[in-house]
Design a protein around this ligand. Structure first.
Ligand code: HT7
Ligand code: ZN
Length: 844
């Protein structure tokens, strides 16, 4: 398949003035009639009309009412069109019932629904399916189903039909249609501009009692975007639909968001605190797209980070405002390091704005999303809060209704603040995580730092220039005083030298506060100095990071030198855990050890070959030592953090539950599971239920609890996903591989449902020691199932091939076994373009 290149961009030959679509919905023979007003684009080269289309049966086509015979091929049609405004009309037939790829119009549990981003609209009708073609749409749906939805405001409706009108010009990827037997949880919101908006969350009958939290999150998101960005909602209705079969998290279709049901439905009995937090952030994310993505969209898919990076940044800001900035930042960085740094260090590394792709679906990545969000945070650090606010105001004023580029985005910052961003722009075009090597000296009360910066080679990019890197830093005296308040320096050349008069030689630098840039920091600090930061740093991120670095050092010594668990680490933890002035949610994070995958990446970065079994053993042993050493503190936390009263998913109670359950996880290593079993029996919410079940699984004592859990929840799809995934992801030793092999035979393993597939095959990938089991059974099972899934759902199969992206880290035997798995996938007959591209990049 041919690659698409950023440099090949050319505007579309025609301007689309208006789109009218009419759907006669039938399961296996839906008829779509389109009437589209077009005129030649004065800014484009003249040529015939080329429309994208895939898997469509063309019934007829007309231009200005006269029948035409377009030239059809596998990816669309070409037809000569007048050199003046004209109306294109066509009718096509499509088969939603056989659409298992979940792109275009498909059926999930009897409900018709669509997914058009990135290039699904071309599976619905012939159209210039590219984001820079924006038009107002009207839609008529003919169907006997009771609820018929599309974008925009409702128009006429009656027996067997409904019409919708979306006045805001939009690209086709934001088109949506839903039809089914649905019930709504409804509310209203009055915007700051006085618009009374009807809010509906549509679900299958029986699920309407699980929508309250998503609705609450939606209303808070609407108010927040008005307050913080001055952005109000712009239609009379905002519909959200929960769908069981969905490839990703959710989709921001204009006025008709479609969600994976797992990110809508929540009740205390069925959803954990983490589920609630994720629902809040995804509802916010999709809502925020209304301005950053929909009103201002992307010129082409290379600019994906324009909407995704900014919208992730905005949802992170929102969650921080609603909950805790410190806890949010630590979680965001853990995610960035766990997914994006891993991606950046392997064969799939690509810039935040890639230069080419074969299948755009493969570029909805942690780099585009999470690193893209980090770039926004750095920009803000460089221009300041006021500069950021001015730039965003200018962005909305200048570009509303347009399809934009990263150049447009950076220009508003330059124009609003006067700052030259030429060097910053390198962040968008260069892959790889920059490494900062920091040397520090403290003499005569002066702290001097020398910072060397470099970006590792990545596929296709060897010679890189240094982008400007904002480094936030401070210093803490060993007696606990802050002797240098947070200061941001700009690393724009290597080496960069800076000095600060801090009035003492008895202090420790605190560098990269709040993780001010997405870089790897090498800063040599003695254990005792890290303990000073863990105890006293005023920057919560670096306080947590100090503990993390101590934990990593302890685990590294255990893995590589067979050392015992580090008593200094344990001693440094205790006062933090017991410090009642600290947020319980923050203390829960301090108590968590780095994951096995994180340790494998850390060891690989240090030039070592990670041994998955040794890492798992070290983590288990250190966890056991923490339990023994901190037993009284942990017991006090477990007893003291009990939450009384009705379940409340808000941050305060969730933080207490997080700390209590973190303590329980350690105590379970000592008491054989007694406390956990008692908690499991008594739990009245899913957080506490799983808080007990997971530690029991980890010590291999969960058979009874798992059986009871299954009996209680076997008819609840989302909870059953948890039952599948946890027993694999949390399985001790390398047992996860055999458990997954057993569970794929389970009658409830409905592998065509992406959530269920991820809860088994994806969960095996989450269990490091099991996936990397030395006999290769983990790799083989994943490969078998990806080969089976690919013809059915290429998008989900392709995403999951990333489990193999860390191949180069491991020993020759494992590398060979992983290569065998990739070779087998690559040799599968009729491999999709999606999976073919991913596997090809990993085998290069
Ligand atoms: N903009 C959406 C990205 C997306 C997607 C969503 C669901 C299914 C397939 C999809 N392909 C791309 C989601 C978002 O970032 O908000
Ligand atoms: Zn998004």
């Amino acid at each position: 398949p041919r690659a698409v290149h950023l440099t090949d961009y050319a505007p579309f030959s025609h301007i689309v003035e208006h789109v009218h679509l009419s759907f006669d919905l039938r399961r296996s023979a839906t008829r779509v009639t389109a009437r589209i007003g077009m005129r030649p684009n004065p800014d484009a080269t003249r040529g015939p009309l080329r429309l994208d289309g895939e898997g469509l049966t063309l019934l007829w086509a007309r231009i200005d009412g006269a029948e035409v015979a377009p030239r059809l091929d596998a990816t669309g049609l070409t037809v000569d069109a007048p050199d003046a405004p004209f109306v294109w009309e066509c009718a096509v037939e499509i088969d939603p019932s056989s659409n298992t790829a979940l792109e275009g119009l498909y059926i999930s549990n009897g409900m018709f629904c669509t997914q058009c981003e990135a290039e699904g609209f071309r599976k619905i009708t012939y159209y210039p399916d590219r984001p820079d073609v924006m038009a107002p749409f009207t839609v008529r749906i003919n169907s006997d189903l009771p609820v018929l939805l599309s974008n925009g405001n409702p128009g006429a409706s009656g027996d067997g039909f409904a019409e919708w009108e979306d006045p805001h010009p939009k690209p086709a990827y934001l088109f949506a249609l839903v039809a089914g037997d649905l019930v709504a949880h409804s509310d209203r919101f009055t915007t700051s501009e006085g618009r009374d908006v009807a809010l509906n969350i549509w679900v299958r009958p029986g699920d309407e009692d699980k929508c309250a939290y998503a609705m609450d999150a939606l209303k808070r998101s609407m108010a927040w975007d008005e307050r913080v960005y001055g952005r109000a909602y712009d239609l009379d209705v905002f519909n959200v639909v929960a769908v069981d079969d969905f490839n990703m998290g959710a989709m921001e279709n204009k006025g008709l968001n479609i969600f994976n049901a797992r990110y809508v439905l929540a009740s205390p009995e069925t959803a954990t605190d983490d589920d609630y937090a994720r629902i809040e952030s995804i509802v916010a994310h999709e809502y925020f797209h209304n301005w950053t993505g929909n009103r201002i969209t992307c010129r082409d898919w290379f600019q994906l980070c324009l909407k995704e990076g900014l919208t992730v940044y905005r949802d992170q800001q929102f969650s921080g405002d609603e909950r805790s900035h410190a806890v949010q930042r630590i979680g965001d960085v853990q995610m960035l390091r766990g997914r994006q740094f891993r991606e950046d260090a392997g064969p799939l590394a690509h810039p935040v704005r890639p230069a080419s792709y074969i299948e755009i679906n493969n570029f909805y990545t942690a780099t585009v999303y999470e690193k893209g969000a980090e770039l926004i945070g750095m920009l803000r650090r460089l221009v300041g809060d006021d500069g950021y606010a001015k730039a965003l105001d200018l962005y909305f004023a200048r570009h509303d209704g347009q399809a934009c580029t990263i150049e447009d985005w950076l220009a508003v910052f330059q124009d609003a603040t006067g700052r030259d961003l030429t060097q910053f722009k390198l962040w968008y075009s260069q892959a790889g995580t920059p490494v900062l090597d920091v040397d520090w000296r403290l003499e005569d009360g002066t702290l001097t730092l020398k910072i060397d910066a470099a970006i590792p080679e990545t596929p296709g990019q060897t010679d890189k220039a240094l982008p400007v890197i904002p480094v936030s830093l401070g210093a803490i005296a060993r007696d606990g005083r802050e002797v240098l308040a947070t200061t941001v320096i700009e690393v724009s050349e290597t080496p960069t030298r800076v000095s600060f008069d801090i009035g003492t030689d008895d202090a420790v630098p605190s560098v990269l506060r709040n993780f001010s840039a997405p870089v790897t920091l090498n800063l040599d600090l003695a254990k005792a100095d890290r303990a000073v930061l863990l105890a006293h740093d005023t920057d919560p991120f670096n306080k947590w990071e100090a503990g993390r670095m101590l934990a990593k050092a302890a685990l590294t010594a255990m893995v590589t030198d067979g050392a015992d668990s580090d008593p200094d680490f344990l001693a440094a933890l205790q006062p933090v855990l017991a410090d009642e002035t600290l947020d319980p949610a923050f203390r829960a994070l301090v108590l968590g050890l780095p994951s096995d995958d994180d340790m494998a990446g850390t060891l690989a970065l240090a030039g070592q070959t990670p041994d998955p079994d040794a890492i798992a053993a070290a983590r288990r042993d250190l966890g056991h030592a923490m339990a023994v050493d901190l037993e009284s503190t942990l017991t006090a936390l477990y007893d003291g953090m009990q939450v009384h009263g009705p379940y409340d998913p808000a941050a305060a109670d969730a933080g207490k539950r997080a700390l209590r359950n973190a303590a329980l996880a350690y105590l379970t290593k000592l008491d054989g599971g007694d406390r956990a079993r008692r908690q499991f029996d008594a739990a009245d919410n899913m957080t506490d239920s799983l808080g007990a079940l997971v530690p029991l699984i980890r010590i291999g004592a969960a058979d009874d609890a798992l059986a009871r859990f299954y009996q209680s929840w076997k008819d609840h799809r989302l909870v059953l996903d948890k039952w599948f995934s946890l027993q694999i992801a949390a399985a001790p030793g390398t047992e996860g591989a055999a458990i997954a092999a057993r569970l794929v035979e389970h009658p409830d393993f409905d592998w065509k449902n992406p959530n269920r597939f991820r809860s088994v095959i994806g969960a095996l990938g989450m269990n490091h020691a099991s996936f990397h089991k030395a006999d290769g059974s983990g790799y083989a099972l994943v490969a078998d199932w990806l080969i089976k899934l690919d013809p059915v759902n290429p998008q989900t199969a392709a995403r999951m091939t990333t489990l193999f992206e860390t191949r180069a880290r491991y020993d020759a035997d494992r590398q060979g076994l992983m290569r065998d798995a990739l070779d087998r996938i690559s040799a599968a007959p009729d491999l999709s373009r999606d999976t073919g591209e991913m596997v090809g990049r990993m085998l290069d």
